[in-house]
Write a protein that binds this ligand. Sequence first.
Ligand code: GLA
Length: 391
Amino acid sequence: MEKQALLQEFQERFGRREDECRVFFTPGRVNLIGEYTDFNGGHVFPASLSVGTWAVVRPRQDGIYHFQSTNFDLTVQTEVKSIVYKKEDDWANYPKGVLVELLKLAGEEAARYTGADILFHGNIPNGAGLSSSASIEVLTGMALSKLARFPIDNIELAKLAQRAENKFVGVNCGIMDQFAVAMGKANHAIMLKCDTLDYQYVPVELDGYTIVITNTNKRRGLADSKYNERRAECESGLAILQQSMPGIETLGDISYENWQKYKDTIKDEVVQRRVDHVISENTRVLNATDALKKYDIALFGKLMKQSHESLRELFEVTGQELDVLYEEACKVEGCIGTRMTGAGFGGCNVSVVKNEAVASFKEEVAQHYEDRTGLVPEFYLCDIGDGAKEL
Ligand code: GLA
């Protein structure tokens, strides 16, 4: 939707007033490699997309926030003094959680948050693991803090949005998604170390190749509880390893060589596999980033495949649909790398495909995937756009 059309939609819903409306945008993201390494203090390598979420905002002076979206039939109203999680508020719990964190951060300046009308509009496929929720969170944080004239830089916004998701929504996610959508840069991926937040932009120049995102279109039921369970398994593995390596603060601090030495101190076979994934995946991110810098697309693709296999065998977050997509993608000539992206349990796959093979990739994968799962996949050609900004 064009900015003008969105502004008009806003005026129709909330009425025309003199006050100036402001418009903000935050993208979705795709992670190229580095899954479940973020909350373990490891590396990730995501890129922000050109699809995303827009918000038109206009201040109010009565302490009330109205949230509406062009995508869903739901109006949520909340008073700045009493913001509580309500299941029936659905997606609007994301902006509410962000508002809670904004008020905490503002402290004595909280009175600057005087209320607002907000209209959201998004074109990120919903529930597909492309960070539509992080996009709404960071967008709300940027829009409302600017309205309150309480400047917060984009890294702080990412951290604040993550806190909202952890505390208000109850998903113990890491920082990857919020950071990627807040800090993205067109045509670049972000190499991020998730405990220190040291980051580097790496140009994504895949001469002759296209990044294709394939949506399983499988609903991500139970994903949040499984996610929190995986996180707890990683934490218990870390606690055991710390007994042999007292200086270690996260699994991301452990080299693959050291892991081999101390692996057997973890007796629980499931926990051992989870940690094995995290530590090997972290090494793969470093190698994949190097490969991309050297234009070694073949090596990059190989590491993507290893990542998927590790997520399937060791971390067990892929599930039938993502595995079928992976298998079918691997069979297509010209598909050089492929893997699940995001939290798994459904959601999307990301593949690197020779330009001239993209059409046959879509055709063959779609047909075999549908035959084997009964679901119809969707394909998006990945266009790496900018991070959160005011328009
Ligand atoms: C989700 C979470 C991220 C990250 C990924 C898995 O997208 O929000 O923090 O843990 O899963 O890599």
